[in-house]
Design a protein around this ligand. Structure first.
Ligand code: NAD
Length: 485
């Protein structure tokens, strides 16, 4: 623990504004907790709306020069930041595990994934293209160019403290936008350390600010009501996302919204069952189930349901629960008491409605916010868990008989983020992939996120894409210049 405390003493805890770590104008701080013990890890400066204006002044002042910085120079800063992140894998992994709770191996995975957005967008920075064509009627020429949208606000959640930030920071900086990041109050330390890495990589002062706060709504409200801010990019719940879309209407700011999910995971009767069980473990239990892409409803063909359930239950029952920084741990705590209690309520509601607990089913006593990895069967449609995002290590299994029924069940949700299915029939693979109402479909795989692919949802799961060649477009405006010659 003394090593951990020595390391924590090196992590910045001030607001990051204009290239320096600073105190909040009104003073004050708030605690960041270790979810494995409930103990305070650090006190972090608590940004007030006035601090948000300081950060916006600085982002606005830096915008023109950053936009005019050669793409190659922007690219090299992002690339250098990627290198530093990789060099500092163990620091970032430990910090994410400490403030978010996930097992160290998962934190290392997030470091690689999160860092890769900086490398990917360093490569995209030099490939932002326009076009030049003849007007079809011969009256002139059409020149189309792309310009950065301007200063952006990014609001990020706690479940992937690094990657949800880099997935926004990478494309914004590549496009030539300045950005203010408001990290989750549960996990601000990772983002503060990232700001230092970007500065070490050569990012000019003012281009990026990081504002931890215990008053998210007041802070974001102040920024969004200022017309110098030109974009809001958000990852979090659908409830908060729709509030932000409403606020952005006043100044017609661009928005990108990565919101909640209710992913179906379908196992057809022709699936490779070993692969489907492995995929279900990944789609359900990665990040302790605290992922917007997490399998929320497992639909299994009735002819293989008993076998699949027995195999998945054995794997889930064998998971070792504990603090993420202990090497034997497979699955860490939930982020806080509120989240643990919300998962417990969903399970209790399902059980009261008639669901059967195959394993787990309850919080684990003791310090920290642990919930036993759980499998539920016989879950009735009326249970809340069928409609609501679980965000915890609970796998409800449902049966079905026909492909049409499976598709109808999968699409019977207001959400449309990730979806997964297992089949060895190629025709079925294409048919089902088309029929699923989701922004992302995994075919015979339980993990789909890839920095080179567009991540995003339809329906109540969001607007826009992050990652891929699409990701940078979210930070670009299109300008048309008409020439007569
Ligand atoms: P949340 O919406 O409560 O919080 C997300 C962020 O918004 C945090 O930084 C929080 O401080 C801030 N916030 C909360 N209320 C706000 C307000 N009124 N105004 C401005 N900011 C506010 O969500 P959460 O509990 O942190 O994260 C879980 C949710 O995020 C889940 O619904 C999950 O599906 C979603 N999520 C989506 C994706 C995706 O890419 N689609 C990825 C991760 C998480």
């Amino acid at each position: 623990m003394s090593d951990i405390n020595n390391f924590l003493a090196t992590v910045p805890t001030g607001l990051w504004i204009d290239g320096t770590s600073t105190t909040a104008l009104e003073g004050g701080s708030f605690p960041v907790y270790n979810p494995a013990t409930g103990a305070v890890l650090a006190e972090v400066a608590d940004a007030a709306p006035k601090d948000a204006l300081r950060a916006l002044d600085s982002a606005h002042a830096a915008q023109a020069e950053w936009a005019a910085t050669p793409p190659r120079a922007r690219s090299e800063i992002l690339h250098r930041a990627w290198e530093i992140l990789i060099e500092r894998t163990e620091d970032f992994a430990l910090l994410m595990t400490l403030e978010m709770g996930k097992a160290l191996g998962e934190s290392r995975g997030e470091l690689n994934y999160g860092a890769e957005f900086l490398r990917w967008f360093s490569e995209e920075a030099v490939r932002i293209q326009g076009r030049y064509t003849d007007a079809p009627n011969g009256t002139g020429r059409i020149l189309v160019t792309k310009e950065p949208v301007g200063p952006c606000l990014a609001i990020t959640p706690w479940n992937f403290p690094l990657a949800m930030g880099t997935r926004k920071i990478g494309p914004a900086l590549a496009a030539g936008c300045t950005m203010i990041v408001k990290p989750s109050e549960d996990t601000p330390l990772t983002m503060l350390l990232l700001a230092q890495v970007l500065a070490d990589a050569g990012l000019p002062a003012g281009v990026l600010s990081v504002l931890p706060t215990s008053r998210s709504a007041a802070l974001s409200g102040e920024l969004i009501s200022d017309q110098r801010l030109r974009k809001v990019t958000f990852t979090g719940s659908t409830r908060v996302g729709s509030v932000l879309i409403g606020q952005s209407a006043a100044h017609v700011q661009r928005t990108s919204m990565e919101l909640g999910g209710n992913a179906p995971f379908i196992v057809f009767d022709d699936a490779d069952l070993d692969a489907a069980v492995d995929g279900a473990m990944a789609a359900k239990m990665r990040n302790g189930g605290e992922a917007c892409t997490a399998a929320n409803r497992l639909f299994v063909h009735n002819s293989v349901r008993a076998e699949f359930t027995a195999r998945l239950t054995a794997r889930i029952a064998a998971m070792k629960v504990g603090p993420g920084y202990e090497t034997s741990t497979d699955i860490g705590p939930l982020i806080n008491a509120k989240q643990r209690d919300a998962v417990a309520d969903l399970v209790a509601d399902a059980v009261a409605a008639g669901a059967r607990v195959e394993t787990g089913g309850a919080p684990i006593d003791g310090p920290g916010f642990f919930f036993a990895p759980t499998v539920l069967t016989d879950v009735p449609d009326s249970a809340r868990i069928t409609r609501e995002e679980i965000f915890g290590p609970v796998a409800p299994i449902y049966g079905f008989d026909t492909e049409e029924e499976a598709i109808a069940l999968a699409n019977n949700t207001e959400y449309g983020l990730a979806s997964y299915f297992y089949t060895q029939n190629l025709d079925r693979a294409f048919r089902v992939a088309r029929a699923l109402q989701a922004g992302m479909v995994g075919v015979n795989r339980g993990v789909i996120s890839d920095p080179a692919a567009p991540f995003g949802g339809v329906k109540a799961s969001g607007l826009g894409s992050e990652g891929g060649t699409e990701g940078v477009e979210e930070y670009l405006s299109t300008k048309y210049v008409a020439f007569t010659q």
